[in-house]
Ligand binder design. Structure first.
Ligand SMILES: [Zn+2]
Length: 562
């Protein structure tokens, strides 16, 4: 639709610009050639932009609404409205005023792509600008003044400058000061908070009602801990919402500042029961980690839970770039130590990515006789245990450098994601050995390998992308796979098994030592895409295999329109 409309638009512009140029023959010829060239250039640009948009395949976000009561339907409508306010808040955090950007863009396809990216920088292409007049994306997004240097930040004495819930600005004398989130984004937070309170009125589940009320308050005072605690205490709810400033990936300068997002969820009660049983293995899995004893002293919360959900709405940070298929929250380490974490497996989104992206990738890039090992159950387990693995390992350094998150600064996210990926596979292996997981270990490993290709396509701007590049290069070095002359890849299961153990140990040690230099070196040396791989990934693009998904979502899509 959009494509045809745009071509029509170009034609109209072209036709109308031909008028009024008929004064004499010579200039007209020149003008025609010029217009031809302009038209060609424009068509080429349109094609390139359409190709960018086509990197995302559109997926409908639905759930079985026959399982919802009338009150639950009302709750969902209010939750979606609350989540929608996270969009403009996130726009301001990552870019600034959305409307002013949209006004600068003339072309309709570019507008569509700016909307998908929440700004003029391409999240699937290392944040390269795709709108004329824009340079590199500021590493600190719009959390800090764009001209602020790291040196200046480190020197200035502002007690809440590293807070997850403040932005920095300059006063009229150029001096840095902080603004708390609840003030900076008040105009979106107030109505979002009211929608949560509206939802709470119809919420039948008492714990869920209390959570919504506490969260509504937290949005207005940036004190999220009480609502995080309540969220962990809440066990029997059917509906859920993740809302507020949560992940810190958007702040690539320091990973301090959190970004607003909203994810509205319907719990799959049957699946969740099946997943429950894995939790009791956590302490044992922690004890067996393939690393020296001093790096596995911390106790994982055994009250953690693992549930499967259908997502019915994504907004803000969660709706950007490579969409998350699993969530592990809360991030607050104090809550984690007291109550553990909750892992949310986003089943409908996972299945969409498996069918639309992973299977087509494997069919091109995995050696033919190993393709039978690409299975959704394996993909589901690998992803599930990635989330479990976030709760394992080591959070506090063993040498007085404080929390690993703080010590590893901007590299923390990539290392933490890499740890979760590789320890996830390690756990699958452990549970498989105990007879708790069915299937062939080759299914899990081959599907894991195919997933690396999927995730590297997210690019170096994404913590998961970097984590996967590191792992690809490490695996290559260890002979965990080989590349066939025809460009397909073959897993070497024994060597991959060894590499899985040594890479786990390496990452856990870097975190436990708070070894910033070591991590920076690893990212620099291994967080890159080798030329050969670049070419192989290009083949996937040429075959138009989507990189990720975008959503057809909302009250109407769910059929809940009033
Ligand atoms: Zn993760």
């Amino acid at each position: 639709m959009t494509k045809h409309f745009s071509i029509l638009l170009i034609l109209l512009i072209f036709l109308s610009s031909c008028e009024g140029n008929n004064k004499n023959r010579e200039p007209q010829k020149v003008t025609e050639t010029k217009i031809d060239k302009e038209k060609q250039a424009q068509e080429k640009a349109q094609k390139a932009m359409q190709a960018k948009i086509d990197q995302y395949v559109k997926v409908k976000l639905t759930t079985d609404t026959s399982k919802l009561t009338d009150n639950e339907k009302k709750v969902i409508v209010h939750l979606i409205k609350a989540a929608q306010y996270m969009d403009p808040a996130f726009w301001e955090q990552t870019y600034g005023d959305k409307q002013s950007l949209m006004q600068k863009i003339k072309d309709s396809l570019t507008k569509v792509y700016a909307d998908i990216n929440y700004g003029p920088w391409d999240r699937l292409d290392d944040n390269k600008p795709f709108v004329e007049g824009f340079g590199e994306k500021p590493a600190g997004a719009n959390f800090y003044p764009h001209d602020m240097t790291k040196e200046e930040f480190e020197k200035v004495s502002l007690k809440d400058k590293t807070s997850q819930y403040t932005i920095l600005r300059r006063d009229k004398d150029g001096k840095l000061y902080t603004i708390p989130y609840h003030q900076a984004y008040e105009k979106y937070l107030k109505p979002a908070s009211e929608e949560l309170l509206e939802a709470a009125k119809f919420a039948g589940n008492k714990q869920f009602k209390e959570y919504l009320q506490l969260r509504a308050k937290a949005l207005l005072d940036d004190n999220f801990q009480p609502s995080d605690m309540q969220w962990m205490d809440m066990k029997t709810n059917h509906l859920d919402i993740v809302i507020g400033p949560i992940e810190n990936y958007e702040d690539q300068l320091y990973n301090y500042k959190t970004a607003y997002e909203g994810v509205v969820l319907v719990k799959d009660m049957d699946w969740s029961k099946k997943l429950e049983k894995f939790i009791k293995f956590l302490p044992e899995l922690q004890k067996n980690l393939p690393v020296a004893p001093e790096y596995k002293q911390e106790k994982p919360g055994t009250r953690s839970d693992l549930n499967a959900y259908d997502v019915v709405y994504y907004a803000g940070d969660a709706n950007t770039g490579g969409k998350t298929i699993a969530i592990n929250l809360p991030n607050d380490e104090e809550v984690q130590l007291k109550k553990g974490t909750r892992r949310l497996q986003l089943k409908n989104v996972m299945k969409a990515k498996f069918d639309q992206i992973l299977v087509p990738i494997a069919n091109m890039i995995i050696t033919p006789d190993q393709r039978k090992h690409i299975k959704f159950d394996a993909f589901f387990a690998n992803t599930m245990f990635h989330e479990v693995a976030h709760g394992l390992g080591i959070k506090k350094t063993i040498n007085g450098k404080g929390m690993a998150r703080t010590a590893l600064k901007e590299h923390y996210s990539a290392i933490e994601e890499g740890k979760a990926d590789i320890l996830g596979l390690y756990m699958v292996d452990q549970l498989h050995k105990k007879g708790e997981l069915d299937g062939d270990m080759k299914d899990y490993m081959t599907t894991f390998m195919a997933s690396i290709f999927r995730s590297i396509r997210f690019g170096a701007a994404d913590a998961h992308g970097v984590a996967n590049m590191i792992r690809f290069n490490y695996f290559k070095e260890q002979g965990a796979f080989t590349r066939n002359p025809d460009g397909t890849y073959k897993v070497n299961y024994d060597k991959m098994y060894e590499a899985m153990r040594t890479l786990s140990a390496l990452l856990l040690k870097l975190q436990g030592d708070g070894d910033y230099e070591g991590v920076a070196k690893l990212v620099k040396e291994k967080g890159i895409i080798p030329e050969q791989l670049k070419k192989d990934l290009q083949k996937l693009n040429d075959a138009h295999i989507p990189v990720d998904i975008i959503f057809d979502q909302g009250v109407e899509t769910l059929g809940l329109g009033l």
